[in-house]
Design a protein around this ligand. Structure first.
Ligand code: SF4
Length: 335
């Protein structure tokens, strides 16, 4: 059985209903191996499939420009929930909900939650349908369970790499979070954004563990990066060119603040923020990343110079204290 629901029947029906002739298939890295099979589904429904081979890490990176240049009349974007308010090219989102069961792993997490009574739940779109079930298991174990629904996301309890508004909205009501899902990336975001102990229940690896030590290590690294940037002179403010990462106003604003603080800032337009691309500018001492904020946190050691988020830069220019930054979050929800 497939680990994810690719909604093939819905896709066939939509292609026929919309009478589209050319379809761009966009998949995140982990789902790319399914591309050729999904292309055959599109072809059988009567349209020409084109698979986007470029990297894709979020719905912020909808392949609009690529679709326009290829004269495509429908994008099928897999693996993420809708993020943008409107699309220039008609787009169908297939969230690729996971079919794996999570009840065993939620039960396995109970001993790690022993110390706390009030538990917040968080997950990615792949597992949002499991939260009611997990809630029942925790209630049965005598916990009080809270699921955030006051954020910007499409579903209760849902988080994405740069938006933890659902978790943040309940942080003061809970003592700890239980994150359901694979990998450390999103759970780390929950811990950093809420400052609460966070336990991961990973149904793929069948493991339960705390992410708190890793979150503490990242906080230390961030402080060191901010400190280094305080001594820097030449700054490059990166303006992301991916449709959901462009924050030109914020970039102009932070550039002005840096200038007032005696720094020399330049604006750089950039599509993919990588260490190799930034190495071409040896005279730049520090970067402000207004595109995907997670690069500053998760890949920091790969960059030779400090790569700060907007909030971190506010500490550099003296507009925010470190304590307030930790409370506010190293990066803000901005979707
Ligand atoms: S900006 Fe970064 S973290 Fe946010 S959705 Fe895009 S890739 Fe994910």
């Amino acid at each position: 059985m497939e680990q994810f629901d690719f909604e093939e029947e819905r896709i066939k029906q939509e292609i026929k209903k919309l009478k589209v002739k050319r379809v761009l298939i966009q998949l995140p890295e982990g789902l790319k191996p399914h591309g050729p099979r999904l292309a055959r589904v599109v072809e059988k429904a009567g349209a020409l499939p084109i698979i986007s081979a470029d990297p894709c890490y979020g719905a912020c990176d909808l392949a609009t420009a690529e679709a326009e240049s290829l004269d495509v009349d429908l994008i099928i974007h897999y693996g993420h929930a809708r993020l943008q308010k409107y699309e220039r090219v008609p787009t169908i989102y297939v969230e690729a909900r996971a079919t794996i069961r999570v009840d065993h792993i939620a039960e396995k997490a109970l001993p790690l939650l022993d110390k706390w009574r009030r538990i917040g739940l968080a997950t990615t779109v792949q597992h949002v349908q499991t939260l009611d079930n997990v809630k029942e298991i925790l209630l049965h174990a005598g916990k009080t369970v809270v699921i955030g629904d006051a954020g910007h996301m499409n579903y209760q309890g849902q988080v994405i790499g740069c938006d933890y508004s659902n978790a943040k909205s309940i942080a003061s009501d809970v003592e700890a979070f239980l994150f359901i899902g694979g990998g450390r990336f999103h759970a780390l975001g929950v811990a950093l954004s809420t400052q609460k102990p966070t336990i991961i229940a990973d149904p793929y690896e069948k493991k339960v563990f705390s992410i708190d030590e890793e979150a503490r290590k990242i906080l230390k690294q961030r402080w060191a990066n901010i400190d280094e940037a305080k001594r820097a002179k030449n700054f490059a403010v990166l303006v992301g060119l991916k449709p959901g990462q462009k924050r030109l106003e914020e970039a102009l604003n932070i550039k002005e603040r840096l200038k007032k603080n005696g720094k020399k800032p330049y604006l750089f337009a950039i599509r993919n923020v990588t260490p190799e691309v930034l190495m071409n500018f040896p005279s730049v001492d520090a970067y402000v990343n207004t595109a995907c904020p997670r690069l500053s946190l998760d890949d920091a050691s790969e960059f030779q110079k400090p790569l700060l988020t907007i909030n971190e830069t506010l500490v550099v220019v003296g507009k925010l204290s470190w304590e307030k930054l930790c409370r506010k979050g190293l990066f803000e929800s901005w979707t």
